[in-house]
Design a protein around this ligand. Structure first.
Ligand SMILES: Cc1cc2nc3c(=O)[nH]c(=O)nc-3n(C[C@H](O)[C@H](O)[C@H](O)COP(=O)(O)OP(=O)(O)OC[C@H]3O[C@@H](n4cnc5c(N)ncnc54)[C@H](O)[C@@H]3O)c2cc1C
Ligand SMILES: NC(=O)c1ccc[n+]([C@@H]2O[C@H](COP(=O)([O-])OP(=O)(O)OC[C@H]3O[C@@H](n4cnc5c(N)ncnc54)[C@H](O)[C@@H]3O)[C@@H](O)[C@H]2O)c1
Length: 459
């Protein structure tokens, strides 16, 4: 017989959104139970955004040093991966220990339970032997885990996912990366800059396939220039591991069969939602679903809210936090504004960075928008030209011609994610393109290229 406790709210999964929501709900006076089976904070602080961006921050000066020859004489580097590995272990993750995060949660008034949470009917959660009955309800924030693609031999090998790659203590001599999405592209370049020989194998016809084709071209060219072997449109036939070496059999985009040998294999081929074992069937939802349907208030059912990657609206920390704020307002009886996804920004932190917001041209066309596009190569702008090596990029705008405002934009360049900010505001606030054109843009900034792309809309 399990113990039963009456509470106000149970949060299953404490990713970035769940942690925030549990903390704020407790501060608002609710009796909150927060449940996580792994680390409080989720993927982002321990195996995702933070350690990966720390690795990228360490890798980028090494690449800048190579650019000194073209700009200022000479510089030599002696890459030492252990420095950033130590920084990730000590500063970012506390050696993958969440004691501080748990204390912060408890100080805010949340009762933390380490364990696997499972719904057991409307407003009811079971963890171990305890049944929590929540008067307000339950928030699901269970996130995702790395997916293992069905490749012959793969499951029997000691391949890396992002979790092992971000715990690495040294850069391997050679690495095959399977998957050229955000994770694969970011980590391929970071390791390469530490001296690892990298092959990046992508099944889709281009890397960063979710972004504008122009962005993929710029990044693929930068990768090739740095010596990263990019195989797009490629199929991995088989993976084997013997004597500490991986053998990856690949058919490339031209149909040529290759065998890639490497010390390590990183699988970054997408994610699977942690939904299979959370009791969705007990509340009338499909346990085999890849995402949980939510309304604009993040409601997924009777006294049930879902936030974060599992909602299928975009796998980003800022989205998980945004949705947490909305669910919190709803469950505390506050007003909207409720969720809108027309201007979700995203940045892939390769060099050049790929910033994007809203719809790509293809997405807009598929949505029936009367599309007009404008673009410009960053290298032809004053600032791109001054910057020289590493100054490549592109700004692309997608306008709803009939409405007269942007519905999507991409900015690739050394500061692509920062240039994105003005474009994200334009898409978010539906600023008329005519008004954007009137804006004075400082000379010679990277974002001044937005003016050239705006002019190109008319061309
Ligand atoms: C390598 C990498 C780099 C990334 N970089 C960025 C970036 O730069 N910017 C960005 O915005 N996003 C980035 N992301 C994505 C980002 O990490 C996620 O979108 C973010 O963590 C939000 O996820 P979430 O809130 O859905 O939950 P998650 O972070 O996935 O956390 C879910 C939590 O739920 C727990 N859990 C799951 N099931 C149960 C259960 N039944 N019971 C109890 N606990 C459970 C898990 O243990 C976990 O702690 C990156 C991801 C990766 C992997
Ligand atoms: N900077 C950021 O914001 C950031 C960084 C990393 C991750 N993320 C988030 O994490 C999520 C997961 O990232 P991801 O890169 O794993 O997923 P993804 O879905 O973006 O990319 C996975 C890639 O792997 C490819 N692939 C699948 N099976 C393959 C196979 N057998 N062989 C070769 N390629 C194969 C797919 O075609 C796809 O391009 C993303 O949706 C993203 O939102 C965000």
């Amino acid at each position: 017989m399990s113990a039963e406790q009456q509470v106000d709210l149970v949060v299953i999964g404490l990713g970035p959104g769940g942690e925030h929501l549990a903390t704020e709900a407790a501060r608002a006076g609710m009796r909150v139970v927060g449940v996580d089976e792994r680390l409080v904070g989720g993927e982002c602080p321990y195996y995702g955004c933070i350690p990966s961006k720390m690795m990228i921050r360490a890798a980028n000066p090494l690449a800048e040093a190579h650019r000194v020859a073209a700009l200022a004489g000479s510089a030599t580097t002696a890459p030492d991966f252990s420095v950033v590995a130590r920084r990730i272990r000590e500063e970012a993750t506390d050696d993958w220990d969440d004691t501080v995060a748990v204390e912060r949660l408890e100080k805010a008034g949340v009762v933390f339970v380490r364990g696997h949470g499972r719904l057991a009917g409307d407003g009811v959660v079971e963890v171990g032997g305890t049944r929590y009955v929540a008067s307000v309800g339950v928030v699901l924030n269970t996130g995702t885990a790395p997916a293992t693609p069905p490749v012959d031999g793969l499951a029997d090998t000691p391949f890396w996912t992002n979790r092992e790659a971000l715990r690495a203590t040294e850069a391997p001599r050679s690495l095959v990366v399977m998957g050229g999405g955000a994770i694969g592209a970011e980590l391929a370049q970071a390791f390469s800059r530490f001296g690892t020989r990298v092959s990046l194998v992508e099944a889709a016809p281009r890397i960063l396939a979710l972004e504008e084709p122009e962005a993929s071209v710029v990044v693929a060219k930068a990768f090739a220039g740095e010596g990263i072997q990019v195989l797009a449109g490629a199929k991995v036939g088989r993976v084997a591991h013997a004597d500490g070496r991986f053998a990856v059999t690949v058919t490339d985009g031209d149909g040529t069969a290759l065998e890639l040998g490497a010390d390590r294999l990183l699988v970054a081929a997408g994610r699977r939602p942690n939904l299979a074992d959370v009791g969705l069937d007990t509340v009338g939802l499909d346990p085999a679903a890849r995402s949980v349907d939510v309304d604009e208030r993040m409601r997924a059912g009777e006294r049930l809210w879902a936030i974060g990657d599992i909602t299928g609206k975009g796998a980003f920390t800022h989205l998980s936090m945004y949705q947490a704020g909305i669910a919190l307002r709803d469950l505390t009886g506050a007003d909207g504004p409720w969720a809108s996804y027309h201007a979700v920004p995203r940045v892939t932190y390769t060099d050049p960075e790929v910033g994007a917001v809203g719809m790509t041209e293809q997405q807009a066309r598929d949505a029936g928008v009367d599309v007009r596009t404008g673009s410009t190569a960053l290298g032809t702008s004053s600032r791109g030209w001054i910057h020289g090596p590493g100054g490549e990029g592109v700004v692309k705008l997608v306008e709803d011609r009939a409405a007269g405002h942007l519905v999507g934009a991409t900015s690739v360049g050394p500061t692509g994610g920062e240039v994105l900010s003005m474009l994200a505001t334009a898409v978010h606030a539906k600023v008329p393109t005519a008004v954007l054109r009137e804006q004075v843009l400082a000379y010679p900034t990277f974002h001044r290229a937005v003016g050239t792309a705006l002019a190109d809309l008319d061309a």
